[in-house]
Unconditional design. Structure first.
Length: 390
């Protein structure tokens, strides 16, 4: 019967799960496995029958074979090659004055490829560096840029709790962490306390976030006032670890009660009943009636019309007929052309629209507006001016 093997490729790395297949494997044995990047040699740390909850059966592969003595010698040589390549690459980076920090070098078991992990503030042109590495090691070279979290995961460190960082021990992928998680967990927003070695928010803030969300759903809102068996109280704080809520009555000291007892502490009176107590008796009787009867309610008299007589709807009233009123005739306003606007400067507006304006008899003033609403031509003006002079 095949077993589930937890394999590590380094002492402080993550655990990857494989199936033993037809091989008999014990803890501490070295095995050869086939990964997405090629063949690799790992050490068995866990032997169990069932898969962990976060691992699916499709992702579990069978080991290739058990490692022999020759495989262990090749693995030791690869580790020495990785350390030498790290020193050589750092020297090339300093010589070319590249703004990058080399983190680690990974050598495949069959030496078909070497991966150089580095961090940098931006994009780096490392084409000349790749040429030097290919010329030195005669294999495929890959330079992979990583973030600060992956850097801590590869190098490892001691966290604020005194243990090895979670990303180095068991985390297989990073979960998003926000400052809202720290606020919901009532932590002091001190950057040195809620940040890890990488300078980012602690990954462990997301471990208990689901439990805190469920706790806050059950808790009353902090700062809100409630009517309870202790009178009018105000919720001051909650405690996730003791599962309690603290309330402050108006005329007493703070009281700490269990969150499971909070529904019993509240009075049996619902908010709807509290509203009905403020209404008069007639309004309460009206609120208990059927909706069809409520339509017959008269708000002015405070009584229900025809409800007791069995009438279920309000009778329609005939619409009153509005008498036709004669509309006043509009006064005809005189038409004023553009030529006569100069004559109306000294006339009041009431006189303009009440009586027609007569043009002056003198020729020096403006002429009477034409009936066709247009100015006379220049020829007519000249003729009239010449005739007047004669």
């Amino acid at each position: 019967m095949s077993q589930i093997l937890g394999v590590k490729f380094n002492d402080f790395g993550q655990i990857y799960y494989f199936s033993s297949g037809p091989f008999v494997v014990r803890e501490g044995h070295s095995v050869i496995v086939k990964t997405e990047q090629g063949m690799g040699l790992g050490k068995v740390f866990v032997v169990q029958q069932d898969l962990p909850e976060d691992v699916t059966e499709e992702s579990v592969k069978t080991i290739y074979r058990l490692a022999a003595e020759e495989d262990l010698v090749i693995d030791a040589e690869n580790r020495d090659l990785s350390r030498n390549a790290l020193r050589y690459c750092k020297g090339c980076i300093d010589g070319q004055k590249l703004e990058m920090k080399l983190v680690d070098v990974e050598v495949f078991f069959d030496r078909s490829k070497m991966i150089f992990y580095f961090t940098a503030p931006g994009r780096i042109d490392f084409r000349e560096l790749v040429k030097d590495l290919v010329k030195e090691y005669r294999t495929r070279i890959e330079l992979r840029q990583i973030g600060v979290r992956h850097e801590t995961q590869m190098l490892g460190a001691i966290g604020n709790c005194g243990q090895i960082c979670c990303c180095r021990r068991f985390m297989r992928k990073f979960m998003p962490v926000t400052i809202r998680m720290a606020k919901e967990q009532n932590l002091f927003l001190n950057p040195t306390k809620i940040s890890g070695i990488c300078g980012r928010l602690l990954c462990c803030l997301s471990f208990e976030q689901d439990n805190y969300e469920q706790f806050h759903k059950r808790c009353p809102k902090i700062g809100k006032r409630y009517t309870t068996a202790h009178g009018n109280v105000k919720v001051t704080r909650t405690n996730f670890f003791s599962n309690t809520v603290t309330i402050q009555p108006d005329d007493a000291e703070e009281i700490e009660i269990c969150l499971d007892e909070w529904p019993d502490v509240l009075k049996a009176t619902s908010p709807d009943q509290l509203v009905k107590k403020e209404l008069p008796k007639e309004d309460l009787e009206f609120g208990n009636r059927e909706p069809s009867v409520r339509n017959n309610y008269s708000g002015r008299s405070g009584s229900v019309k025809a409800a007791d007589a069995g009438q279920t709807s309000r009778p329609e009233r005939p619409k009153p007929v509005r008498p036709e009123r004669p509309r006043p005739e509009k006064k005809k306003r005189p038409f004023v052309s553009c030529d006569s606007l100069e004559l109306l400067e000294d006339i009041e507006p009431e006189e303009v629209f009440s009586e027609p304006v007569e043009a002056p008899e003198s020729e020096s003033q403006a002429k009477k507006p034409s009936s066709r609403n247009r100015r006379p031509s220049r020829r007519r003006r000249r003729k009239k001016s010449s005739g007047g002079s004669d």
